[in-house]
Ligand binder design. Structure first.
Ligand code: FPP
Length: 243
């Protein structure tokens, strides 16, 4: 994006991205689906750095859903290896993260993930906790309904212990129990791959998000496509229920 364009637009504060189409990208090239995920991980790296350079404050990448465990074992284990390799790399590139000011945060259930991945994620979260340029939410083992359930259980515990009066439960109480607690809702959610669904992604937080659907596969997504999405977002008239 040129400096000039950047000056004349409103950047979304929080962008959600559903990284879809890796499998079809690979298939169309006669490759194994797992090759698509490897290419998708490279796109993730590029877009993450580009978003930080643009000045985006929060970005959430939907990397693995609670439903994705149903995929063939080989595919799941390759995706887990991609996460491992990326987390090692991110933990090792401390100086680069420092420079970019990336704060990493898992928005997903630790329970159910391999122990070594949880440990690498925890290290990354801990070492980047004081960075303040862009928060990168990694939605791994994530489901929107599961996230709301998580929050409801927290609330039920507080009601049980007498800390919270059921008549006084507010939307804020639900928000506090989400993995994105304290963060602004996504202004814009991008889904490439030509599918028009939310697929259980940030279903609470997406109440007023603008949806941008794009007809390209995630591995082909470039910084230029992010620019296009942001420009499209700027054409939308957001009313939040008002007039
Ligand atoms: C959806 O495409 C993609 C996934 C389920 C996995 C996404 C994972 C990555 C891109 C790796 C991210 C990496 C890091 C390091 C966070 P699909 O397989 O559903 O594609 P299809 O709809 O064409 O089959």
């Amino acid at each position: 994006m040129t400096e000039e364009t950047l000056k004349n637009i409103t950047l979304p504060k929080h962008i959600g991205i559903i990284m879809d189409g890796n499998g079809r990208w690979a298939k169309s090239r006669g490759l194994e689906r797992t090759e698509g995920h490897k290419a998708g991980a490279n796109t993730f790296r590029t877009i993450c750095d580009y978003a930080a350079d643009l000045g985006i404050e929060y970005i959430t990448f939907y990397a693995f859903s609670t439903e994705n465990w149903k995929r063939p074992h080989k595919e799941v284990s390759t995706i887990m290896k991609i996460f491992r390799d990326y987390l090692d790399e991110a933990n090792e590139r401390e100086a680069e993260n420092e420079k970019r000011g990336l704060r990493f945060h898992l928005t997903g259930e630790k329970k159910g993930l391999p122990a070594d991945i949880v440990s690498k994620l925890t290290t990354l979260e801990k070492n980047s906790a004081d960075k303040d340029v862009m928060t990168v939410n990694l939605a791994i083992n994530y489901g929107g309904r599961d996230e709301i359930l998580h929050s409801v259980k927290d609330i039920a515990q507080k009601v049980k212990s007498g800390e919270l009066n059921p008549d006084k439960i507010t939307e804020d109480d639900i928000e506090k129990g989400l993995f994105t607690a304290g963060q602004p809702d996504p202004d814009m959610i991008i889904r490439p791959s030509g599918e028009y669904r939310l697929s259980n992604f940030m279903i609470w937080q997406a109440a007023y998000s603008e949806f941008i659907f794009m007809d390209i596969m995630w591995p082909d997504f470039t910084p230029d496509d992010l620019d296009k999405a942001i420009i499209e977002f700027n054409k939308r008239n957001r009313r939040f229920g008002g007039v």
